[in-house]
Each structure stands twice: as structure tokens, then as C-alpha cells.
Ligand binder design. Structure first.
Ligand code: MV4
Length: 446
């Protein structure tokens, strides 16, 4: 088993990984920027190393500083968390080249899934359902026009190096295609240094449903059901649920069986999430994330699994030790992402938290690095707390979330708590009948 893990991250996810290590008897090394010297992840870790100035590119993205920190502290593995270096194939490769264990997939699989065209190619070969579109990169405008005529407008042009909504252009008609093609390529080149683009049929009212999987290094692949992440604003998720209010157990099992068989064939290892659009009873794969995700707790609550513990066991070469039939789905879980933002304008609101009071009670979990007196630095992501509830049914989970939101206090900065209270009280949200467009409209009507 691993003895000491360096956690290459900050905030709540650094704490989340630390907690799993603690329970496994593994020592932890925190890394931090000068802005985070008094952060909770630094206080709780067994050791800590300052890796640079506040800007992420000089600290949490500073590969040389992180590898040096691992060397001087004698860490034998690195957990990247989410964001920062978590999906950087070269980082994963360098970690292993330095004789350390990277707690995640192989560099090759990270690289493959980072190229959205290669990811779709792999899934196509594994018989995972895809959105109709170009078979690979678009070679010319003429090819784009031919494919658009065949799959019918509206279509989307997406950047191969994009993902998460970056570098997407819609063309609603043949007249709009030329501009979408030019703009998508120019923007892709500027943003990613890669102008490869591909085409998909534009789905107008899908849900965003993702499937959590774990794979060990002995050929065992298991899925932990889906999360519904449709409640997003400008590609930032606000609320996630497990399971999806739109899916039946039969649909979940069928998708899970197809995906786990495919990933077994691919030789994938560690944690992964496959993103699908779901519309008219059909799943269409769009992207795969090769990291632990922000919203992993809703899966943990429903399945009773510690995904970080499993990641560490897998990285240490252990077998999962259970099969698909052992994974049971119990009740319903909801996560609200509480960010330091104005709940109407979404303007960042960093600063000092005077009073922090976390809710508690049955079925309530708070993943946060907040404490009273903490100053939220302006340099990083605005997430300050994840409030997660678990209950036997979705209506009970909503009632529990409303109760927990009313108990929670984050004073001194603006947060999205008031918006979460409004969402939970909304009849349409409560009905479960929403798509990826619902939240933007809800926010716009105020
Ligand atoms: C799409 C789509 C409609 N049709 N692809 C945005 C994020 C990226 N992961 C994929 N995205 C989309 N791809 C096709 N063929 C609509 C979106 C999309 C979206 C997807 C998930 C959650 C929120 C979204 C908001 C706007 C657009």
C-alpha cells in the first residue's frame, strides 16, 4: 500500500483526498501557494510545502515545484484532484517517470480522452452510442456542408481540443455554416493551438447525464450509476443529482453494461466519467473525463462507496474485490455547489468570511475548506462549499436540502445560497422535468 501521498490541489478537494488517506493510514503532503498559507488543506495535512506565488500557473500548475515537493518529502504517489493538472497527460507521465504513482488513468488514456475526436473514435469502436456527426475531423468546408446536409441542421462545430463547452459554434442553416466553420477553427487555433474541429447534430433540449466508473488493473470494471448535471449556467454546474429523475433502472443498467464492457476492452484504469446527452429516450456520448469530479459525492451517497479510497486502492494495484451485482443504488442524493459569487449577477465575491456555520443532521454532508475568519482568495475557482444531502426518495432529498440550506450560514461574502433556496422551492425543479436550458431561463426571469 502507498505510505505517503502528495495532494496536488487546494480547497475542498484537497481535504476530501486527505480524509480518505487519513482513514487508510496514509500520510499526506499538502502543497500550497503563498495565498493559501493559512488554508484548511495545509492545516490538516501531515506536511506541507509552499510551491509558489498566488497565480495558479506559478504554483498549482507548476509541475517542477510539485515534483520537487514530492521528492523532498518522500511521497510515493500524487493525487491530482480535479482541475489544475488532473487531466494533463504530460504531468501524469512525468510523475511516473520520477518513480512516483499517479493516482489516475494512464497518460495515454488521459491524452486520448483529451482529444474529443479520438475519444469519440474509441467509443464508436466500443459500440457506445454517439451523436450523429462527422466520422472524425472535418477536412474541408465542403465536407462540413455535405455532412450537415446529411444529418440535417441545426449542427454544431466543436473543437477537438475543446470540451466543457469551450469552442462550440451552432449553425442553424446552410447560410450560417461558413461563418461557424471559420470562427470555430480560428477560435480553436487561438485557444488550444489546434484548429481541428468536428461536427455533430445539435440536440436542442437534452439532459446532461454522466456515468461514473471505476476500473482496477486486473480487468475489473464497475459502474456506479449516473448523475444528472443538467442544471448548469454557462457550463458551470450548480446542482447535481444521483440518480437522474429522468432514467429508469433498466436504462441505467443497459448503459452501464455497454460502457463497462467497452472500458474493459480499452484497458482503462482508475476513475472515469462518461458524459452523455440524453434526449427522447436516447443516450449520445460526448466526452469522457479522466479524473475525479466535483460532483462525485452524490454517487458516493447513493452507492455507499468512497471513490477516493477506491482510486488509491486501484493505484496501489489492489483488486476492486466486488462486482457489478454488489453495487446497490439506495435513495436519492442532491449536491448544491455554493460559490463565492453574487447570486444574481454571478460576479465573483472573494473576501473574509466572518461567520461560517455548516448544517448537519441525518443525511447531510458538507465538503468544504471554509472556516470562520477565512479569507476566500480572488485567484482561484469560486467554489467554497458543496452541500450534499441523501434521503430515501427525491422529494425527501429536496425537503432535506431546503432544511440544510436554511441552517447554513456563510457571512461576510456573497454566495449562491439564496439561489439554491429558490431552485429547491421551484415547482418545475421539483417535477424533475428539466433540460440543460432550464437554469439559464430560471436565472433570467429572476
Ligand atoms: C452539445 C449540445 C447539443 N448538441 N452537443 C456543452 C458542454 C460540452 N460538454 C458539450 N456541450 C453541449 N454539446 C450536441 N451535439 C449542447 C451542449 C450544451 C450543454 C451540454 C451539457 C450541459 C450544458 C450545456 C449547455 C449548453 C450546451
Amino acid at each position: 500500500m502507498l505510505k505517503k501521498i502528495l495532494i496536488a490541489n487546494r480547497g475542498e478537494i484537497a481535504l476530501r483526498v486527505h480524509r480518505a488517506c487519513q482513514e487508510m493510514g496514509i500520510r499526506t503532503v499538502a502543497v500550497h501557494s503563498t495565498a493559501d498559507a493559512s488554508a484548511m488543506h495545509v492545516r490538516l495535512a501531515d506536511e506541507s510545502v509552499c510551491i509558489g506565488p498566488p497565480l495558479a500557473r506559478d504554483s498549482y500548475l507548476n509541475v517542477a515545484a510539485i515534483l520537487s515537493a514530492a521528492a523532498i518529502t518522500g511521497a510515493d504517489a500524487i493525487h491530482p484532484g480535479y482541475g489544475f493538472l488532473s487531466e494533463n497527460a504530460r504531468f501524469a507521465e512525468m510523475v511516473e517517470a520520477h518513480g512516483l504513482t499517479f493516482i489516475g488513468p494512464t497518460a495515454d488514456h488521459i491524452h486520448m480522452m483529451g482529444d474529443k475526436i479520438a475519444a469519440k473514435d474509441a467509443m464508436r469502436k466500443l459500440n457506445v452510442p454517439l451523436v450523429p456527426g462527422s466520422p472524425g475531423a472535418l477536412e474541408s468546408f465542403e465536407e462540413a456542408r455535405e455532412i450537415a446536409e446529411r444529418i440535417k441542421y441545426p449542427v454544431l462545430i466543436k473543437a477537438a481540443a475543446g470540451g466543457g463547452g469551450r469552442g462550440m459554434k451552432v449553425a442553424r442553416s446552410a447560410e450560417e455554416l461558413e461563418e461557424a466553420w471559420q470562427v470555430a477553427r480560428t477560435e480553436a487555433k487561438a485557444a488550444f493551438g489546434n484548429d481541428a474541429v468536428y461536427m455533430e447534430k445539435y440536440l436542442d433540449r437534452p439532459r446532461h447525464i454522466e456515468l461514473q466508473i471505476l476500473a482496477d488493473t486486473h480487468g475489473n470494471v464497475v459502474h456506479f450509476g449516473e448523475r444528472d448535471c443538467s442544471l448548469q449556467r454557462r457550463h458551470q454546474k450548480l446542482v447535481e443529482e444521483a440518480g437522474s429523475p429522468a432514467l429508469t433502472a433498466a436504462e441505467r443498467n443497459a448503459l452501464g453494461a455497454q460502457v463497462t464492457a467497452g472500458l474493459r476492452q480499452l484497458g482503462y484504469r482508475n476513475a472515469g466519467t462518461l458524459e452523455f446527452l440524453y434526449q427522447d429516450g436516447q443516450f449520445a456520448f460526448i466526452e469522457m473525463n479522466t479524473r475525479l469530479q466535483v460532483e462525485h459525492p452524490v454517487t458516493e451517497m447513493v452507492c455507499g462507496v468512497d471513490l477516493v479510497r477506491e482510486q488509491i486502492r486501484i493505484a496501489a494495484g489492489e483488486k476492486l474485490g466486488y462486482g457489478q451485482e454488489d453495487v446497490q443504488f439506495n435513495g436519492h442524493a442532491i449536491e448544491c455547489r455554493v460559490t463565492a459569487e453574487d447570486p444574481e449577477s454571478f460576479a465573483p465575491s472573494p473576501g473574509r468570511v466572518n461567520t461560517y456555520h455548516a448544517p448537519g443532521g441525518l443525511g447531510v454532508r458538507v465538503d468544504s475548506a471554509l472556516y470562520s475568519g477565512y479569507a476566500v482568495p480572488p485567484h482561484y475557482d469560486s467554489l467554497v462549499a458543496k452541500l450534499i444531502v441523501h434521503a430515501p426518495s427525491r422529494p425527501q432529498a429536496i425537503a432535506r436540502m431546503q432544511r440544510a440550506l436554511d441552517e447554513m450560514v456563510v457571512d461576510g461574502i456573497k454566495t449562491t445560497l439564496p439561489l439554491h433556496r429558490r431552485i429547491m422551492a421551484d415547482a418545475e425543479f421539483q417535477s424533475g422535468d428539466y433540460t440543460i436550458h432550464w437554469l439559464e431561463r430560471f436565472v433570467a426571469r429572476g
